[in-house]
Design a protein around this ligand. Structure first.
Ligand SMILES: NC(=O)c1ccc[n+]([C@@H]2O[C@H](COP(=O)([O-])OP(=O)(O)OC[C@H]3O[C@@H](n4cnc5c(N)ncnc54)[C@H](O)[C@@H]3O)[C@@H](O)[C@H]2O)c1
Length: 451
């Protein structure tokens, strides 16, 4: 079924292939990126220039979409190592913003591009999606894993069912020149030696980028909701073997070794059987074939490839004070907790001024009873959590309850003859307790109805 799909990071290496694959499958694709796509004409693919670190930008771009594939990130581990604060804001907060925008706009399909780097500290020789993940050593892994954790939290708290895709190490046309296969191929084409960090025994499952894009497109299917999939190549290759393949397929070159990198991906065999079973997906391009295709592409496009891959470290998000305040206000106005806290403060203040403003003790006591009778159900309405899709209604009811309570207190305190008969006091408290009980039962009933 065709739909409108937002691809964040759609101007990038993998994102641009995802855009192409989705468009070929008949979807209407929109890109959200900090730069125009070097690979697409904006007259053909709608492009929103914006920053995933700004919730406003993400909400604006996502409006009218049926799904989002979130690929925008600091994906170069070298850049992440050099700029950990920027990278974390982008990789962790950027993902949180995408989830939050999807929550607000009630968009059901969210695909999150994670990475097999999450397995880099696992000691098992073979890993699948159920592997227990130790604390990550690298900031890149920590940031990407944070994104996964936010996906999990949004599933638990708000009923979103994001799909997490752990990408293997991609290569192919449009790859960043700094990545291992592009740099090997480029060096081989230039007749330079291939340098390997460490022994070269570290294993990788490389995946041809078009196979990866196909996996992302398949993950839009409803049965992928709430699932985590590895999308890795079927062949596992050591870096040393890769260098040999490049040397054989592209041009014969010398292979030299340098010191290993800190927090480098150790490498294990990544099992992608779940994606094969549930999505009918598997990486179909053999490494040799992919390296050949990439070398041919690079040969033809080397100037474009270098220009397109210029590192993009976006400037800090500059939002105007007004815009920030309006966004904050919009967030707060839809959250029953904030609305409720404001309503409770308003009712309590009205009660205090009513009590202090009365001349005799009996009327002050009456005002206190009325205030308590109004505050208890209002507090209960604020404190319980309604189902995600009814929270705006909850916020509206809380606001209405707060305003009505203030009015009632005003009427009670302005009525000079008002005294509450003891039986009326009891009746008022009983009604208040019953209302509180009902308001606590409402969310359970709503949740049952929507289940
Ligand atoms: N390339 C890899 O080796 C690899 C491996 C596994 C997972 N991944 C993940 O796949 C995704 C795509 O990676 P890639 O290799 O295509 O990276 P890339 O750097 O080629 O593309 C990232 C895109 O995001 C855009 N971007 C950066 N900051 C942005 C911001 N603040 N707001 C909006 N857009 C922004 C960039 O302009 C770029 O077009 C990332 O989430 C990455 O973590 C990549």
């Amino acid at each position: 079924m065709s739909s409108v799909v937002l691809v964040t990071g759609g101007a990038g290496f993998i994102g641009s292939h995802v855009v192409d694959r989705l468009a070929a499958a008949g979807h209407r694709v929109r890109i959200l990126d900090t730069r125009p796509s070097p690979w697409h004409d904006s007259s053909e693919v709608e492009t929103v220039i914006g920053d995933v670190r700004s919730l406003d930008d993400v909400v604006n771009a996502l409006e009218g979409c049926d799904a989002v594939c979130h690929l925008a990130a600091a994906a170069d581990v070298g850049e992440v190592h050099a700029e950990p604060a920027w990278a974390t804001e982008l990789n962790a907060m950027g993902t949180l913003n995408v989830l939050e925008a999807a929550r607000r706009l009630e968009i059901d399909r969210v695909i999150y591009a994670s990475t097999v780097w999450v397995y880099s500290d696992v000691d098992e020789p073979t890993v699948d999606e159920d592997a227990l993940l130790p604390n990550p050593a690298h900031v890149y892994t920590a940031g990407k894993l944070s994104g996964e954790l936010y996906c999990h939290s949004y599933a638990e708290l708000y009923g979103l069912r994001p799909t997490v895709l752990r990408f293997g190490i991609p290569y192919g046309p449009r790859a960043r020149p700094a990545a291992v296969i592009p740099s090997f191929v480029e060096r081989a084409l230039r007749g330079e030696a291939l340098t390997i960090a460490g022994t070269g025994a570290q294993e990788r499952s490389f995946i041809y980028v078009e196979d990866l894009a196909e996996g992302v497109a398949r993950a839009l299917s409803p049965q992928a909701a709430g699932r985590t999939y590895n999308l890795a190549g079927r062949e596992t290759t050591t870096i040393r073997q890769l260098a040999e393949v490049v040397s054989e397929e592209v041009a014969p070159t010398e292979i030299v070794h340098t010191e290993g990198r800190a927090g480098d991906l150790k490498g294990a065999v990544i099992c992608s059987d779940r994606a094969e079973r549930e999505l009918g997906w598997q990486a179909s391009t053999p490494l040799r074939e992919g390296v050949r295709r990439y070398a041919a592409w690079l040969h033809e496009h080397s100037a474009v490839a270098v220009a397109a891959a210029a590192p993009v470290v976006p400037a800090p998000v500059a939002e105007s004070g007004m815009r920030r305040a309006a966004t904050r206000l919009a967030t707060v106005a839809g959250d029953p907790l904030y609305v409720g806290a404001a309503a409770l403060i308003a009712v309590a203040s009205a009660a205090v001024s009513a009590i202090l403003g009365t001349a005799d003790d009996a009327r002050a006591a009456n005002c206190l009873v009325v205030a308590l009778a109004l505050l208890v159900p209002l507090w209960s309405l604020t404190a319980v959590s309604w189902p995600f899709d009814r929270r705006r209604l909850q916020a509206a009811v809380v606001a209405f309850g707060g305003a009505a309570s203030v009015v009632v207190l005003g009427l009670v305190s302005s009525d000079t003859d008002s005294t509450l008969h003891p039986s009326n006091v009891l009746l008022l408290l009983a009604v208040s307790a019953a209302a509180t009980g009902v308001l606590r039962a409402v969310p359970r009933r709503l949740a049952d109805d929507s289940a």
